[in-house]
Design a protein. Structure first.
Length: 468
């Protein structure tokens, strides 16, 4: 899926330079602009390793301009290639690996997923030194199996268990898919993870560079959940998190107070902004064309009973909320009957509406302030997908270059909807069929317990989880 609002850099021209890099073995005499073009086409893992070739290569990779070029190349390349996606696996046994999330690469076909990064934490997660990010090989996809098996007994899972501090991890769980909480949010190669049990805790991670940081504590929510958006400022490229929270709310949704705050990565504290005018209902929200969108309960008190659903738009430039037109079917709903999801689909705002147990409708809007010809954005039915069975949750997460939409169903199955043929294709059962490799020689052994798998569209980047 394209994410134009998260790019923040536009088309970055490549400077015409012919200065040669300093001699470094076989690399001696290669013009710098040629080196740059070669490096830009490599995976992030390889780019980080090639920093050791010479001082000039290291300086090139560290340069902010190169980071922007790499991001631009990575995001545009996904439009012409098979989908790039990550599976986030979490084991739901308190005694086993609690507080561990594994990021697996999956090409969108077959039954094999390779480990990209394993993330564990204690009460506070220290951000990695960005200069040493390439040395974090414990969760690599190479043959560094010693990092996975410190007991040398051949059981690669032992080290996964030993690396976790179980007493400090009870606050974390990204997998309550049944009610849509804790869904990871991706922007420019960074992944935002939010806690379900402790509404003041969040993590941001770059699976490609293996950087991880715990964000400063945000304001706690009355219901203990988090409504977050993740975006890159268009003019500067700085990555920011916006957080809506409920100060208090009664059972009828008529007496409430809602607040909002923004954090720039690397900043020591959240900054308050204007309060939302209505009660925010959904959690992880997309950023599209300069706006973040939330399902809300209308109207605000004391004008009447809060029973009607609507949509709010948070402008990332002005940092103010405005009302946004709703899909036509929402006008006939009550707020307690709303189970929809907002996401992004091919550069448009998408409302995922499930009118039946086995059916989902995708409604899209331009998400622009004014369409050509006036009148503002309008919603239209993009497609209707009927699955071969009923489901509890369904979430479209990427749009491939061949015109197919991938769905995560119940945090367990991946389906693909072929728009041209109008048929649903079963891709893989992530619980029963998928083989998860932690290296080229070891696969992840599954024990009894509950697994859930989140899926996200993903583009690798060199962006730091610190200020960028």
């Amino acid at each position: 899926m394209d994410q134009p609002e998260c790019g923040g850099f536009g088309d970055v021209p490549v400077a015409k330079r012919r200065r040669c890099v300093e001699p470094a073995g076989a690399a001696a005499g290669i013009p710098e602009d040629i080196v740059e073009q070669i490096l830009l086409r490599l995976p992030v893992k390889s780019i980080l390793r090639f920093r050791s070739v010479s001082k000039s290569w290291r300086a090139m990779v560290a340069d902010r301009r190169f980071v922007r070029l790499q991001l631009h190349h990575s995001t545009t390349a996904t439009r012409r290639r098979p989908p790039s996606m990550l599976l986030l696996s979490d084991w739901r046994i308190p005694q086993e690996r609690m507080g561990t999330i594994c990021f697996f690469r999956y090409p969108g076909h077959g039954v094999v997923a390779d480990l990209a990064y394993e993330m564990t934490w204690s009460s506070t997660v220290a951000a990695a030194d960005e200069n040493d990010a390439a040395d974090w090989d414990a969760a690599d996809d190479g043959d560094d199996t010693a990092d996975w098996d410190t007991d040398d007994d051949g059981d690669a899972d032992d080290n996964l268990d030993d690396a976790v501090d179980g007493d400090a991890d009870d606050d974390w769980d990204i997998n309550n898919g049944a009610i849509g909480l804790g869904r990871p949010v991706h922007c420019n190669g960074l992944v935002l993870l939010s806690s379900m049990e402790n509404s003041s805790m969040m993590l941001v991670c770059n699976p490609a560079t293996k950087e991880i940081a715990e964000l400063p504590a945000c304001t706690s929510d009355y219901f203990g959940v988090q409504a977050v958006g993740f975006y890159a400022e268009q003019s500067t490229g700085k990555t920011k998190v916006v957080h809506c929270f409920i100060r208090h709310c009664d059972e009828t949704y008529t007496d409430y107070s809602v607040g909002c705050e923004v954090l720039s990565l690397g900043s020591p504290a959240w900054r308050p902004v204007a309060d939302p005018p209505y009660l925010v209902m959904n959690r992880a929200s997309p950023c599209i064309l300069g706006g973040i969108y939330w399902i809300a309960s209308l109207p605000s008190p004391p004008t009447g009973s809060c029973t009607t659903p609507g949509i709010l738009r948070f402008d990332v430039c002005s940092e103010e909320f405005t009302s946004f037109p709703s899909p036509p079917f929402m006008e006939r709903q009550k707020i307690r009957d709303v189970y929809g999801t907002l996401t992004e689909l091919a550069g448009k705002l998408c409302y995922v509406h499930a009118p039946a147990d086995d059916k989902v409708e995708l409604w899209t809007a331009s998400a622009a302030a004014n369409d050509e010809g006036g009148g503002g954005p309008r919603w239209s039915l993009h497609c209707t997908v009927v699955l071969p069975h009923s489901f509890d949750t369904i979430f479209p997460f990427t749009y491939d270059y061949q015109g197919g939409i991938f769905f995560n169903v119940d945090c367990a199955m991946i389906y693909r909807y072929n728009i041209e043929r109008g048929v649903v294709e079963r891709v893989v059962d992530m619980l029963e069929e998928m083989t998860y490799f932690i290296s080229s020689r070891y696969k992840l052994y599954r024990r009894d317990g509950e697994w859930r798998h989140h899926t996200i569209q993903y583009s690798e980047s060199l962006l730091s989880v610190q200020a960028n």
